[in-house]
Design a binder for this molecule. Structure first.
Ligand SMILES: *[C@@H]1O[C@H](CO)[C@@H](O)[C@H](O)[C@H]1NC(C)=O
Ligand SMILES: *[C@@H]1O[C@H](CO)[C@@H](O)[C@H](O)[C@H]1NC(C)=O
Ligand SMILES: *[C@@H]1O[C@H](CO)[C@@H](O)[C@H](O)[C@H]1NC(C)=O
Length: 397
């Protein structure tokens, strides 16, 4: 629970397409120009290639997969066709423009038959409004939309300081669907109705289809220096992010909310060194040493991306107990049908066998000091296949 933030204002926008309908939406006022990572809850309106979906939001196709904990190791997933009705989370930088938090990167090239209402309501699934697009593009009232016109499409998002009640959070923009209730939305995203009402400054739990709310998702925060290009990176629990020009993957959860970054599966020779200086350790490697005071953990971790250089830091900390091998959030194969509810939740339910790629294991098992060779992870063949894959990727690099 948090007190209603002073910076929060709820505005009422009239929907041009439906003159009598009035939708609520949560808008966050802002002063800082710094963008934060945000997520948009989006249901595909048609079968779309991953590349087409990515183009709608000016997003990296791999980043979309990573944000949904869908296997992003396959080469060239951009041609993969995603089915209509598939609910996905789309990552987008939430910028500050005209004093309001919004996604400012999205552009849409109008096609024959498009109207502002269809672009806002169908293509962008209600994450924006026809009036907002019209105003943002300086279009006159009742202007026809010419095919080929490039529209700037503002989308709702929120940052709220990257936290909710003191816990690091990424905010997901969610368009209320027919039949949704606050408790149901809260359950779906594993939060509470009270928290949703507080975050969105809702006086009552009444929401209607088309309302735009934001949902805080627990996340792993980074602490990269401000001069890095991925400063402020935050990854929602149970998911991944791709950063450093696709050279590094970072994940969050499932066991804790500590950001964990390793070389990305497709990292190649164009990536700068991912080895910590003065050591033979790579990003994500750690060593454990039992001492009389506890377990001394030395880890090589990611420190942000600067000018094509991957920053690494070697840190040693004392823990009461040695941690086990690192558990990664489970990855799912690319979807071919829209049946799975699992994608709706904040973090996918682990899928133990068939199709699902089980938890990966990395780092080192807690062996006695000084551990130099990795001990075999207790896992099934899929994990080994993945292991081999990432090993190959790393060798290539
Ligand atoms: C993160 O996700 C895991 C598994 O999905 C869950 O068990 C855990 O409670 C979550 N952590 C937080 C802080 O929400
Ligand atoms: C990045 O590189 C450019 C040109 O090589 C240089 O001018 C700039 O100062 C560098 N930035 C940082 C933060 O090092
Ligand atoms: C160190 O990290 C690299 C890159 O992720 C990995 O391939 C390797 O297996 C790790 N080494 C150990 C000993 O865990």
């Amino acid at each position: 629970m948090r007190a209603p933030p002073a910076s929060l204002l709820v505005v009422v926008l009239a929907l041009a397409a439906v003159p009598n309908a009035v939708s609520k939406s949560t808008l966050e006022s802002c002063a800082s120009a710094t963008a934060c990572p945000a997520l948009l809850s989006y249901t595909l309106y048609a079968d779309l290639k991953l590349s087409e979906l990515a183009a709608l939001f000016a997003a990296d196709p791999l980043a979309i997969l990573a944000s949904n904990a869908i296997d992003f190791a396959a080469p060239d997933p951009a041609d993969h066709i995603l089915p209509a009705g598939l609910p996905l989370r789309v990552p987008a930088p939430c910028a500050c423009s005209d004093g309001i938090r919004k996604v400012t990167a999205a552009r849409y090239v109008a096609r024959a038959g498009d109207t502002l209402a269809s672009v806002a309501g169908t293509v962008y699934a209600g994450l924006t409004t026809p009036d907002w697009i019209r105003d943002s593009n300086g279009l006159p009232e009742d202007a026809a939309l010419d095919a080929g016109t490039t529209l700037f499409v503002p989308l709702h998002c929120a940052c709220f300081g990257g936290a909710d009640g003191g816990v690091p959070a990424v905010y997901l923009t969610y368009v209320v669907a027919q039949g949704d209730t606050v408790p149901a939305i809260a359950r779906r995203f594993r939060t509470t109705g009270n928290d949703l009402m507080s975050v969105n400054d809702l006086a009552t739990a009444d929401v209607a289809a088309g309302d735009i709310i934001v949902v805080p998702l627990p996340a792993c925060a980074s602490s990269f220096p401000a001069f890095t290009s991925d400063a402020g990176l935050a990854v929602a629990n149970g998911t991944y992010a791709i950063t450093a020009n696709r050279c590094v993957q970072c994940s969050c959860g499932p066991g804790n909310l500590d950001l964990f970054c390793v070389p990305a599966p497709l990292a190649d020779s164009t990536c700068s060194s991912m080895q910590c200086s003065n050591s033979n350790m790579m990003l994500g490697n750690f060593t454990l040493q039992m001492t009389s005071a506890g377990c001394s953990v030395t880890s090589c971790s990611y420190g942000g991306y600067m000018n094509g250089t991957i920053l690494t830091t070697l840190t040693t900390s004392l823990k009461p107990q040695c941690p086990g091998p690192h558990q990664f959030p489970p990855l799912m194969p690319p979807p071919t049908s829209s049946f799975f509810e699992a994608y709706l939740g904040p973090s996918p339910v682990p899928m133990p066998s068939e199709g699902g790629i089980g938890p990966q294991v990395a780092g080192m098992a807690p062996t006695s000091s000084p551990p130099v060779s990795s001990s075999p992870p207790p896992a099934h063949r899929l994990v080994w296949a993945l292991f081999a894959l990432s090993l190959v990727a790393n060798l290539l690099w």
